[in-house]
Design a protein around this ligand. Sequence first.
Ligand SMILES: Cc1cc2nc3c(=O)[nH]c(=O)nc-3n(C[C@H](O)[C@H](O)[C@H](O)COP(=O)(O)O)c2cc1C
Length: 217
Amino acid sequence: MDIAALATTRRTAKAFDPARTIPEPLFDQLRVLLRFSPSSINSQPWHFVVAASAAGKARLAQAAVGRYAYNAPKIRAASHVVVCCVRADAEDAHLAAILAREQADGRFPAPEDQDKQRQARAAYVDLHRTVLRDVPQWMEKQVYLALGGLLFGAAALGLDACPMEGFDAELLDAELGLAARGLRSVALVALGYRGTGDWNAALPKSRLPAADLFTEL
Ligand SMILES: Cc1cc2nc3c(=O)[nH]c(=O)nc-3n(C[C@H](O)[C@H](O)[C@H](O)COP(=O)(O)O)c2cc1C
């Protein structure tokens, strides 16, 4: 795969073809991508709400109002829309669930390995909680990593995507009852096939010059 070609040709879709649906086996590959996204200390502080039905997408579109109204048609016309959510906290029960999963997945060959891992992870959580005081931002960064992977993976599968921060998160969280589940929404990703009216499709890509971005040591 020519990843440079993919990076320079993929474009955020600004309009979707409402008649085209992503085949489920293809979308399942994106689910795998999200599930296997890397995260600091394997914290996996995310949850993904997927809307593929018209009713589900209509619920999400309710949060694209006012200044965000320009995003509503994309949400309605896309094949699938993913709500990328972050956990409200790195709570003990979540950390215990990760550890138990790692144990079940065979990551602790020696008996003491599990406790070493528990302590190492707890030390990082404590650092972010008490010294850096940035647990919410730290966890959001992990969600954005997953979002980046999703965008690139979608392009690799020949799908179009539109990441969106342009929505009313308070409205969406209330609509989906996210707070009660210990979650909040951070971004949406509409996925499908671009449609007519996609003004971004034919425009050249624009990025700052490489010379400004890289420092070689
Ligand atoms: C986190 C994030 C949030 C974005 N929010 C929106 C949005 O709300 N609506 C929209 O049309 N595009 C949105 N975009 C798309 C960007 O405008 C786009 O990625 C950028 O202009 C570069 O264009 P390209 O993706 O076509 O290369 C967002 C992109 C990212 C990464």
